[in-house]
Design a protein around this ligand. Sequence first.
Ligand SMILES: [Zn+2]
Length: 390
Amino acid sequence: MGAFSFICPICGNSDENTIGKRNGKYYCRKCISFRGQEAASTEEQEKDVVWNLNYELTEEQARLSEDLLSNYQKRINSLVYAVCGSGKTEITLRVIAYALSKGKKVGFTVPRRDVIIELCDRFRNIFSKNTVALVYGGNSKILTADLICCTTHQLYRYPRYFDLLIIDEIDAFPFQDNEVLNTFFRRSVKGNYIMLSATPSRNFIDAFKKEGGHVLELFSRFHRYPLPVPEVFVLPKIIQKIKCYRLIKEYLKNGKFIFVFTPTIKICEELFDSLNFFIRGGNYVHSKRKNRERIIKDFKDKKIKYLITTAVLERGVTIKGLQVIVFQANHNIYSSDSLIQIAGRVGRKKEEPEGKVIFLTNENNVEIEKCIRTIEGANKNLQNLFKTHT
Ligand SMILES: [Zn+2]
């Protein structure tokens, strides 16, 4: 038997065990599920880019934004090592805007579909004068645009395509340890790439540096304090209400302010109705609530002591002495990422880094466990970092 020398032209696989033969021709079984239309190439054309961001970057975000831009201009790949919730998407806006203005092909990719859908929405608001395509399995009619948001599975449609490709959640399933997806990623980069990660392994960072990449670290939004690890109480739904009531009473006694996250508008209103009967001074907000902005402002001004909310407050609101309760944390509306975002509401003030995050749930599930593992991992990384820096 002669030496086996077939290499899959799509994913680079050359493992005999995953290569089949049909009608005398070899084919690759590893990437056979990735077949479909590829994106047509388009002309490079300079464009006007307007960049709308309705809040300011922190000093550290602004500095990293410039670093990413300068790396890109020098054709250096970057790895951003950022604790969860530190605003790593925001720091890529500057370099994206630059590349778009030069008519470069720009992509943003993540392993998970729900994450790319949400990101795409944000990019459409931020780069309102540009076209943004959203590509995932079952949604692939439009493949080209100024900015392409796609799942890592869809990268096979873009061979040697992107002048700038940004990938987030490199440590998330299913990207991590998936050779085919990794090959697609490398194959689709024509120019340079930026990787974003909350928990890159030491080996990964070392390998990345060896290839000439620059590692950047983003921490400041948490003032270098560890994130609170959520405490989980497994309780029947009805008891969760009572626990919630007791926690709020206790926090109020200590002069704290409280967010209670609820999964749906209905549950939000119901919970408020039952709590309001016993504890005055609260309010509730959700996407359909009138005067929402005013209520949130009143909460920030401490005229309201506790606020029952849906995920509308997942991002952005920071207040001193805040405690967070997540009601029905096992509800399928919560991903580990949204739970991490919610936990990140707490302890964001320098003067008061501690704060509690309580998950009330009927049962422990994968998302809750992953959220806790990620936060513990990030805290450990933070510790190691300061060990090596001091
Ligand atoms: Zn293949």
